[in-house]
Design a protein around this ligand. Sequence first.
Ligand SMILES: Nc1ncnc2c1ncn2[C@@H]1O[C@H](COP(=O)(O)OP(=O)(O)OP(=O)(O)O)[C@@H](O)[C@H]1O
Ligand SMILES: Nc1nc2c(c(=O)[nH]1)N=C(CO)CN2
Ligand SMILES: [Mg+2]
Length: 211
Amino acid sequence: MKYEEWEPYYKAILADFGWTPEGDEAAARLLSSLLPAASPWLGKVEDLIRGRDVIVCGKAPTLEKDMAKIDWWYRYTVIAADGSVSTLLRQGIVPDIVVSDLDGSHEDLLKADANGAIILAHAHADNVESVKSLVPQLKHVVGTTQARPLENVFNFGGFSDGDRCVFLAKEFGAKSIKIIGFDLDDTNVTPKKLKKLKWAKKLLKLMDIEL
Ligand SMILES: Nc1ncnc2c1ncn2[C@@H]1O[C@H](COP(=O)(O)OP(=O)(O)OP(=O)(O)O)[C@@H](O)[C@H]1O
Ligand SMILES: Nc1nc2c(c(=O)[nH]1)N=C(CO)CN2
Ligand SMILES: [Mg+2]
């Protein structure tokens, strides 16, 4: 999705949370300074997605139960939303791509990276310290932002880690997108998380994902 198309959603999200864009923009510039000018891994991300059946894993409590229903993981390109990478690794599955704002287990992100996963590291106003400490340690990393993109920091659309996975899969022309570990009506979460899940619901509908 072009930034101009995403921007109205971004503005509405900022207003809903009472945020301003400056913090996100500063975080994107910091992330940009930690990465090469031309992203060496973006082409690989496209190769992994284009024309492929994609599974996107969220971190709802239903994830393990949903995982048990997948009998042949090799059929799919697996994209893990943040914390779901820990559940996947525990079951011996290394995702192809992890989409993360770096607020889950850094140890598991490093483990996935060391085993070949590409990490889409997202910078925003509230994760600058994690960006500074973790991004320089990652081998296969692509930078993302929810604000205006920079030369080496991309914005494919989407807000929470889970819906950003789906925007990414759409952007690069996945043949099909299956989501598991999503429970967007989960009430057993903090008020802030509930608000993020409401946005995820709206954005996934926009992406024509059946919920
Ligand atoms: N019931 C749920 N609880 C948590 N995440 C869910 C749920 N259903 C779907 N998801 C998706 O799974 C993704 C990954 O979950 P995780 O808890 O790691 O989220 P997160 O986005 O890192 O949380 P935060 O918003 O605090 O950064 C979320 O971004 C969300 O889109
Ligand atoms: N400023 C800010 N941006 C975000 C945040 C957050 O907590 N703060 N969380 C996200 C992951 O769901 C995505 N973007
Ligand atoms: Mg996160």
